[in-house]
Design a protein around this ligand. Sequence first.
Ligand code: AR6
Length: 231
Amino acid sequence: ARGTQIPKRRWEELPHSGSQGRKQDEEEVGTDDGSRTLAFPSISTADFQFDHEKASDIIVDSVADFLARYDGVRLVLVDLTPSSNILSLVKSKASMRKIDSRRFFTFVGDITRLLSRGSLHCSVIANAANWRLKPGGGGVNAAIFSAAGGALEAATKEQAGTLVPGSSVAVHLPSSSPLHQREGVTHVIHVLGPNMNPQRPNCLGGDYEEGCGVLRAAYSSLFCNFISVVQ
Ligand code: AR6
């Protein structure tokens, strides 16, 4: 939903799962609690060929706006390699904006292996989806559908048939899914970003005025769905 307004909520108002031994500074913002952590890939910046400078500005703006509205939730931008251009850009822009690094940080790893390989629990992960919400197609979409098994495809079909650019849909991941069992992922939020790749559907042909609006809407919808899931 474009321009969705997210009311500010306090950490105390969100459900607690009770975790022992948190550090004091973490306790104040609830940052060690994976049940309120969203891991997300950089939407549209690989197969969909969106400009990285523009995308990183939008990510940092969207994150800053979201964290100012909500306490007790944590966001993690994930990419596969330490040489990720988008991670470097976002990291330096987030630091310049003085975004609290306990509540937002970048992480190098496979988003389908965050707990088992990275010891990072994120109960909600985002997928850079295609408009048909189909498995395959490469990138993070193929990785998430493959790691989650048939349960994700079936649960996705129940929720929605297709997505329009700039929107998202949250899907509960059944406990039978290997991604749920192994990584503690309870929800996948499929997000469709703007496409600048002429080989893919709905190509915007370099129209960044439209593209930036669609990317902002995509993150706004993603974060809105994340809040609905953790409330
Ligand atoms: N873990 C973490 N990040 C990843 C992973 C992974 N396993 N795999 C890729 N990335 P992309 P898009 C990063 O291309 O540009 C698909 O075919 C990647 O390095 O997956 O939105 C869909 O079906 C990049 O930073 O998504 C769509 O048709 C980010 O994830 C289309 O691609 C997004 O890259 C969507 O294109």
